[in-house]
Each structure stands twice: as structure tokens, then as C-alpha cells.
Design a protein around this ligand. Structure first.
Ligand SMILES: Nc1nc2c(ncn2[C@@H]2O[C@H](COP(=O)(O)OP(=O)(O)O)[C@@H](O)[C@H]2O)c(=O)[nH]1
Ligand SMILES: [Mg+2]
Length: 478
């Protein structure tokens, strides 16, 4: 003891001195914080913009930059579902075809896409669908007058018909879903189905306990495109009650998809609650094994399969309550055979195979990635999921003279921009134990530079400090 006592009066820091530990701790926290926020990274996007050659610089400021990079990633060339010519450029199309002038059909024979706004909706949801119609008519359809086609498993009330037809200058149609498309198919074991409803309700899978919800997802996955009312149409835009459209849309998305040979457009790619479709991937894998010849030559499932989770489906989905797409695509052999296969597995009933993951997997199997378009410029909200384009993704109108410049109204947007990664796991409840992929769904879909991380950034370190683990991207996307 005496010897120890003699060694103790040492300079300022001894190993027992808690001031030393405090100093080490604070320094480490500061270092980790700097690494974690990217402040030490030489690849910080802002510093890169001042030091790199203009051609190599991430194009984060230019108007349409997000749209451009999507297109660059998707590539040109033929071989897609629609055969795009090498020099076709959808972004160029948008620039050349954007205005806020009326594009009303001059006659029934006017050459424009055979397209309709479609909505499966209940009589009780009248106020909600009127809200959606008001927004879409104001922001877009008032200038284009595409018809509205409503579907319901029950006849629409006179009140519903009167109010919705008053809400638009376009033609409206009201159709009943055929009974066979709505009722539970004969091969479903009713007891097992009832047990499943109870189970899904108990674990809190959204709306999984509702009989009608299961008929609805099956219809949206398998039947809507076979409805006779859509037989003469090639394109649809799905609209749900109570959704919001925040921005003027200065072009015709139907014409855009058709003329650029695209098959589908979305504006949110986000995670779904994996507990609602536990067998979806194994049933899908079995379909692929049994029908390899039906897959598109450039089918690309990579962005949907998680290498860190045994190559399982990562539960990313195009949030399909907003979708604009080709009816011919869904009616083609691959997608319709796949939907029938899923139907016979019973997953629309014993589980809750949503039309969103089903459509997403189908697009990855039966279309090339470049056939799908990210409508980053469309401001939209469904429940808690909200998508609002940043200035860099909003379209502006170009005019040839200064005079026009003053006259032309620029498209407006009434929302606060949301980041690219907003909404990513909003649908996943806290109690869901599912493994989240290492990158956000939209970035997995975009790929390339959108996945690049700041140097030194580590996901687990970010999480250890209370972050969600998705804050390390070089390109912010705002
Ligand atoms: N006619 C009819 N429409 C339904 C029924 N259930 C859902 N829908 C419609 O199907 C769409 C999706 O339903 P919703 O409840 O919004 O599901 P969520 O978006 O997954 O929460 C909406 O357009 C609903 O109006 C139903 O039983 N009958
Ligand atoms: Mg909804």
C-alpha cells in the first residue's frame, strides 16, 4: 500500500482520474459524430461540387435531375416491354410537352390514349372520392377530360352518381363488379379463412381482419383489368377516396407513358408490413421455377431481394393506391398467369397478399426496369404517406419570348418538399419484427449513385446514436 501511495502523485491524468476518462469519451463521441454526419468525408456533395470536374459532378441542382438520373440508370435501347428507340428521352418529352393549356378531346375520334381514371369505391366513401376528384380535376383532368369509371361490388346510389358526375366535366361511368370477381373462390377453406382473419386482427395487420379487404386486394391484383368496362381502354390511373394531389401536372401522364413506351408509373416505393404476406415470396419463387419462359428477358428482381437476409423478398413495394399503367400489360400472359397462381395459393385470404407487393413483383418479373417510371414530380398523399417533389424535380414551363414568360403561369405545388426516403418504413408497425433492407426501397430501385454513402459512415454507428440508419447517403434527393 505504501508503495502505491508513493506512485500516486503523478501529473494531471492518472488512469484512476475520471477527468481522463471523460476527456477520452468526449473526444470519441466528437470523432464518431463527425464521421457519422459525413463532415470528415471528402465526398461531401457540396464540397465535391466545388472540386470535381463538371462532368463528374453529381447533378443535384439541375431541374429534372432526379428524373434524368432515373432515365440514365434505366438506359435507352430496345428490348423493353415497349420497344424504346435508342434516342428516345422521356425527360425531353416532358420538357417539350408541358403546358397548362386545355387539351380537351375535340371529337370522339381524336387520337389520344384510350385511358380512364378508375376507382373502386363504396357509396359511403362519397365525400372522400369527391375530395380526390376535386384535387385531380383542378390539378390536371380539368384540362384533359379523361373519363372517370367507378366500380363497386354493390350498385352505386343515385346520390353517389349525381355528386360525382357534378364534380367533373368529363364523362362518368358506374359499374358493378361481377359477383365471381368478388366472392371467396370455391377452393378456399372457410374455417381456415376465418382463423386467418382472427389471427391477422389479433396481431394488428392493417385491415387484415376485414372480409371485404381480402376481396378488394384480390380484385385489385387479379380482376380489375379484366372488367368488361375497361375492355376498350389501354391505360388507367387508379384513384382512391381521400387522397390529395398537391401539384399542377402540366402534361398528360397517359400520353407520356404511351409515347415513351413505358408500362407503369409510381410515386412512392416503400416497405410493407411483412406479416401480411409471409408466403408471398416462396409462392412467387415456385411460380418462377414453373414458368421461367414467361419472364421478361430483362426481368430484374435484384432490387427486391435482400442479400443480407438469405435472398428473401425485402418487402419493398410500389405504393399502388397511386398508379398509372398499361392495362395491356396486366392483361398479358405473364402478369395474369402469376395473379391466378397466387389466387390458387389462397394467399389473398389465408394471408393478406396486397395488390401493392403483387404488382411490384409482377413488374419486376414481366417488364424491364426501364419500362417503369418514377413520377417524382407528382405531389400526392394517401393517409400518412405523403410525397412532395423538391424544386429540382418540379417541371417548369419554357416559353419562347419574354412576353410569354410573363404570361405563362408556372405549375404550382402546395406542399413542403419531402425527402426521397420519406415514408420508407411508415407502414411497418413497431411490433413487426421484419428485417429492414440496408437501403431504402426507392434507392434500391434507383440504384447507382443513389446508393453511394458518405466516406466513413457506418449504419450501425448511426443506429447506436439513435438514428434510423438511413442518413449516410451522398445524394440527399431534395
Ligand atoms: N366498393 C368497395 N370498395 C372498397 C372496399 N374495400 C376497399 N375498397 C376500395 O379499395 C381501395 C383500397 O381500400 P382502402 O380501404 O383504402 O385500403 P388501404 O389503402 O390499403 O388502406 C379504396 O379505393 C377503397 O375505396 C369494399 O368493400 N367495396
Ligand atoms: Mg386507401
Amino acid at each position: 500500500m505504501a508503495a502505491l501511495h508513493q506512485r500516486e502523485p503523478l501529473p494531471h491524468f492518472s488512469f484512476r482520474d475520471h477527468r481522463l476518462w471523460r476527456y477520452i469519451l468526449l473526444t470519441s463521441i466528437l470523432l464518431i459524430f463527425l464521421l457519422f454526419t459525413g463532415s470528415l468525408s471528402p465526398h461531401d456533395p457540396l464540397s465535391a461540387a466545388t472540386t470535381t470536374n463538371a462532368d463528374e459532378r453529381p447533378n443535384i441542382k439541375t431541374s429534372h435531375s432526379i428524373l434524368h438520373s432515373i432515365h440514365a440508370r434505366a438506359g435507352g435501347g430496345g428490348g423493353g416491354w415497349g420497344k424504346r428507340k435508342k434516342n428516345d428521352d422521356p425527360v425531353q418529352w416532358l420538357k417539350q410537352n408541358s403546358d397548362l393549356e386545355p387539351h380537351l378531346p375535340r371529337s370522339r375520334t381524336t387520337k389520344r390514349p384510350r385511358a380512364a381514371l378508375i376507382s373502386l369505391v363504396r357509396n359511403e366513401e362519397l365525400d372522400g372520392i369527391l375530395q380526390s376528384m376535386r384535387d385531380l380535376e383542378l390539378r390536371w383532368n380539368g384540362r384533359h377530360r379523361y373519363p372517370w369509371i367507378f366500380f363497386n361490388e354493390k350498385p352505386f346510389s343515385e346520390e353517389f352518381k349525381a355528386a360525382t358526375s357534378n364534380a367533373t366535366d368529363s364523362q362518368t361511368e358506374y359499374h358493378v363488379v361481377p359477383r365471381d370477381h368478388w366472392r371467396t373462390p370455391s377452393w378456399i377453406d372457410q374455417d381456415r379463412y376465418m382463423d386467418a382473419l382472427e389471427y391477422l386482427g389479433t396481431i394488428g395487420v392493417g385491415k387484415g381482419h376485414m372480409l371485404s379487404y381480402h376481396s378488394m386486394i384480390r380484385w385489385q391484383s387479379l380482376w380489375f383489368y379484366h372488367h368488361p368496362a375497361l375492355e376498350s381502354y389501354n391505360w388507367y390511373w387508379r384513384v382512391e377516396p381521400d387522397v390529395k394531389f398537391f401539384c399542377d401536372i402540366p402534361y398528360d401522364p397517359f400520353g407520356f407513358l404511351q409515347q415513351n413506351n413505358l408500362v407503369y408509373g409510381f410515386n412512392m416505393a416503400i416497405l410493407d408490413d411483412a406479416r401480411s404476406f409471409t408466403s408471398l415470396w416462396s409462392v412467387t419463387r415456385a411460380f418462377i421455377e414453373n414458368h421461367p419462359q414467361l419472364l421478361h428477358p430483362e426481368a430484374d428482381l435484384d432490387w427486391l431481394l435482400d442479400p443480407d437476409n438469405g435472398g428473401e423478398y425485402n418487402n419493398c413495394q410500389f405504393f399502388s393506391n397511386f398508379e398509372i399503367g398499361s392495362l395491356d400489360f396486366w392483361r398479358s400472359k405473364g402478369p395474369s398467369k402469376y395473379a391466378e397462381w397466387l389466387d390458387h395459393s389462397g394467399g389473398f385470404f389465408y394471408e393478406r397478399y396486397g395488390d401493392a407487393p403483387v404488382h411490384t413483383l409482377a413488374l419486376a418479373m414481366f417488364a424491364a426496369k426501364r419500362d417503369v417510371w418514377f413520377f417524382r414530380d407528382v405531389g400526392y398523399q394517401h393517409d400518412i404517406a405523403r410525397h412532395c417533389p423538391p424544386a429540382s424535380a418540379r417541371l417548369s414551363l419554357h416559353s419562347s419570348s419574354e412576353h410569354d414568360e410573363h404570361r405563362a403561369r408556372q405549375p404550382g405545388c402546395e406542399c413542403e418538399p419531402t425527402s426521397l426516403d420519406a415514408n420508407f418504413y411508415k407502414l411497418v408497425p413497431m411490433e413487426s419484427p421484419q428485417v429492414k433492407p440496408a437501403d431504402t426501397c426507392i434507392r434500391l430501385w434507383l440504384g447507382g449513385e443513389w446508393l453511394a454513402k458518405k466516406e466513413g459512415w457506418k449504419q450501425d454507428v448511426e443506429r447506436a446514436f439513435g438514428g434510423d440508419g438511413y442518413g449516410g447517403y451522398v445524394l440527399g434527393g431534395l
